[in-house]
Design a protein around this ligand. Structure first.
Ligand code: HPA
Ligand code: ZN
Length: 324
């Protein structure tokens, strides 16, 4: 099964590139940039990754990315991940990035874009890996700032496959970002949003109705609302589910308790993703393997899950044919 899952062509639709920063690279970049880290060793970093909820993770996630300063850093970050993903049989990666988290510490958007763009071209050329770019807004910061970032990104609008919405969900409902997402819609930029990770089913409805998203990142809490489940099934809305993330952020106690089998039984359009692989115990292959251990799914189930992601990917039809 490990061989089968490695060889299975996998498209990843839900990855935060800053969450792919492994402790080894964190240390290397800290040294390169003269940044002090509150850890003495790589082991100490990994030991600190014992999260009680989304916020306790976000605190370390924002701290970790403080080592990223130059375009070269962003390039190295992305290439480090693309190489690992490629070795796991990943053929397409859609990466969220968090411009506001970098702007807040004085790293300007062109720096981030230059580094990520360089890595994307290199990945295509050297690994045959296609990539997409999702500019995410931080929902725990105000909407005016998000709107400002969207306008500042004007030179890059053409390069954005979508805008997204991430960070602390509870208390930051989709309503807050109606104007920003409406602006993205008018610009012709597709929209996605995290919803129903820790937040209630109403946030999933809000993301669909108020933000016009074409997929829901996470969405696992939809099961609390049967009418919403029926709608997600009828519309075949893609859910980018992140199994190991949900365990590590205590959305569920154990993977065996995860609602994935129920989501599939309900006929929902589910995909498997890694979210923040450096923080949650593994990339795409580890997520697939963990599901195999927890649910004992057959090859056809994994083919279906991988196929769902390829059908939903932000690629042209020629590339989709290659991925199929
Ligand atoms: N949820 C919300 N925001 C995030 C996550 C997540 O899992 N990872 C990085 N930002
Ligand atoms: Zn996420």
């Amino acid at each position: 099964m490990r061989d089968f899952l490695t060889r299975l062509p996998k498209a990843e639709l839900h990855l935060h590139i800053e969450g792919s920063l492994e402790p080894e690279l964190m240390f290397a970049l800290a040294e390169r940039n003269g940044v002090a880290l509150p850890y003495a060793s790589v082991e100490e970093v990994r030991a600190a990754y014992d999260f009680s909820d989304l916020q306790s993770f976000l605190d370390l996630y924002y701290q970790g990315m403080s080592v990223l300063h130059t375009a070269e850093d962003f390039h190295d970050l992305a290439m480090d991940y693309f190489r690992r993903a490629h070795a796991e049989g990943v053929v397409h990666v859609e990466m969220h990035f968090d411009p506001q988290a970098h702007l807040a510490r004085g790293v300007e958007l062109p720096v981030v874009m230059e580094g990520l763009s360089l890595a994307r071209r290199e990945a295509a050329r050297e690994l045959g890996l296609s990539t997409a770019l999702i500019m995410a807004f931080l929902r725990d910061r105000d909407a005016e700032e998000a709107l400002k970032v969207l306008e500042e990104a004007a030179p890059y609008w053409e390069m954005l496959d979508a805008v997204g919405l991430d960070s602390a969900e509870q208390g930051n409902p989709p309503e807050k970002f109606v104007e920003v997402f409406e602006r993205a819609r008018r610009l012709g930029i597709p929209r996605v949003a995290h919803a129903g990770e820790e937040g209630p089913p109403a946030y999933i409805r809000g993301a669909l109705d108020l933000l016009g998203v074409c997929r829901i990142d996470h969405g696992v809490r939809c099961l609390g609302d049967p009418a919403l489940v029926a709608r997600l099934r009828d519309e075949q809305t893609v859910l980018t589910v992140c199994p190991l993330s949900n365990v590590r952020l205590r959305v569920v106690d154990r993977l065996e308790d995860h609602p994935l089998p129920r989501l599939l039984a309900e006929g929902l359009n589910v995909t498997l993703n890694s979210d923040d692989p450096a923080y949650f115990g593994g990339g795409m292959l580890e997520n697939f393997l963990a599901c195999q251990r927890a649910f004992d799914w057959d090859e056809a189930t994994f083919r279906r899950l991988a196929g769902n992601a390829i059908e939903a990917a932000f690629v042209d039809e020629a590339r989709r044919d290659e991925l199929r």
